[in-house]
Design a protein around this ligand. Structure first.
Ligand SMILES: [Fe+2]
Ligand SMILES: [Fe+2]
Length: 152
């Protein structure tokens, strides 16, 4: 069903998405700078777009294609456990997304002006970055794993 090379292609694709965190952090820095209100509004919109759309698509791609491919290719050993934990982290982050979007959609939602938003955003960024590092580590290990191409 999934050859190792197909799986590696998929992991490269989703790994590239992890740059989202850097885009969010750039926008967050804009909010902390003396940028104009227009630039700050654009930064808030960018963060909302990533959290409310791009990351949801990214999680769906991993949940529906990448993780099942790993589970099918490596049903024994520690892979199923790692994947279960990554899925759990997706659920946790999905639960945080809507409240974050709502907070960012309220008027005067400059995180610097609102400690709750500030804390929630930073907490989310840290969670996502740690999660992405765990995935990147797993994807990097793939090159060392045996090729267990399954019949289609
Ligand atoms: Fe993920
Ligand atoms: Fe990811």
């Amino acid at each position: 069903m999934n050859s190792k090379s197909q799986l590696m292609e998929l992991t490269l694709l989703v790994s590239a998405d992890h740059i989202f965190i850097h885009q969010c952090l750039d926008s967050y820095r804009t909010l902390q700078s003396d940028a104009s209100p227009t630039e700050k509004n654009a930064a808030v919109e960018q963060i909302k777009h990533v959290i409310g759309k791009k990351l949801l698509e990214h999680f769906a791609l991993e949940d529906q294609r990448v993780f099942p491919a790993f589970e099918a290719a490596y049903p024994t050993g520690n892979i199923p456990q790692i994947i279960a934990k990554l899925r759990e982290e997706h659920d946790t982050m999905r639960g945080l997304m809507q409240p974050l979007i709502e907070m960012l959609s309220t008027p005067n939602s400059d995180p610097l002006a609102n400690q709750n938003i500030n804390r929630a955003l930073i907490g989310f960024f840290i969670k996502f970055r740690e999660h992405a590092v765990r995935e990147d580590d797993l994807f990097a290990e793939l090159s060392e794993m045996p090729d267990v191409t399954t019949a289609s």
